[in-house]
Design a protein around this ligand. Sequence first.
Ligand code: TUI
Length: 447
Amino acid sequence: MRTKLCDILGIKFPIIQGGMAWIADATLAAAVSNAGGLGIIAAGNAPASWVREQIKFAKTLTSKPFGINIMLMSPHSAEIAKVVAEEKIAVVTTGAGDPSPYIEDWAAADVKIIPVVASVAFAKRVAKKGVTAIIAEGGEAGGHIGDLTTMVLVPQVVDAVDIPVIAAGGIGDGRGIAAAFMLGAVGVQVGTRFLVAKECNIHPNYKNKVIKANDISTIATGKRLGHPVRALKTPFTRNFFSKEYDSSVTNEELETLGAGALKLAVDGDEENGCFMAGQIAGLITKEQTAAEIIGEMFAQANAALYQVPGQARNDRSEIKKILPHREPMLVIDEAELQDGISVGKYTVRGDEFFLQGHFPGNPVVPGVILCEMMAQSSCLLVDLEKNYTPYFTGLNKIRFKNKVLPGDTITFKCELISKKQPFYFVKGSGYVNETLCVSGELSFAVL
Ligand code: TUI
């Protein structure tokens, strides 16, 4: 799935990895870039020398473009801004402040500038200064956050500026990507899901907390200090939250309590660490490589986008709205998308043309018809809305395991493996009462 963002940044998938302080190092950034996204090294509160080292290391790990995130509340931001220009980094993202003082130098060094914003007013202000694109981040995100949700912020920023907008905050799977596109974004920034990337060097305690989290496992603290931070509920956040509402505790005491807590979390300190994570943590169930995460998210986004506008096609007249096949070659009765899988069903009546003479007295559905049924079952994975016609371009690794007989209902499960317009690559299998009858790989050209 390509968008304008892919062309601007020279990447395969329109996804930018979040600039997670203390977490997003050269290893994670290179893994994301090698997987086709834009990896980001987060400077956080680290000194410029650390950032320079990480840039050098990342260059040994990937030949693809990667970026640097500057957390503008850091005392080192001005120095790091210089490093970004000197090292001619492809892209800089900024957070937690106004990057205006550095924009001219970066533009002169041909660095693409993508600030994170949390309001329309700020988006308009930076857009005027000539930045490349904007990341509109909703308060569902982890770490330092603004007030608005992604759902309301993204479309309002899209309408307010005439540069590309990337959605962030609460995006953890392909449905989130699809939703971001519907809001007018040309790409997504994802942080929390990459916390559980195999290449993410945080302590296993941190990853396990994200995996165990549910929908209400995070809390935003620090509102009193003017810079709210979203993190998982732990002894640290509970203590911080109660002190925040205790008027005998000074702001300075609160700042001191927060300082260094993220680093402690990265090192696995369950008592004193501040485990920053977004509200989408509840959706995350396992550790995966960055490539698996990105591949899975975009396969699901493709499926979700083609699911719109009709979710289930429960009768033949509905299926005919998306498939050009007609009787007697329409060989599925229903189709439905379930978690990104196109599920098709057909009940064999016994009087079909394909059973005539195949074989007399011993009717069995021909293998080529099972392949056709499997292909038609994948109709919800393929963009067929505009009177396009799907043509088979290949059948691979087809295996027939059991006969399909009159009276049987065969259920096909088809998954989109990849898509390169106009070609679609699908893996499918067909079952009668959970017994595998056929499996294989199909490819189509949709013309
Ligand atoms: O920067 C982030 N998230 C972060 S930075 C970080 S490190 C940290 N550690 C301890 C305490 C605090 C931070 C952890 N997470 N996200 C990007 C982001 N930027 N979200 C919101 C904003 C933002 C907010 C206000 C950007 C600009 C802004 O106002 C600028 C202005 O001048 O009005």
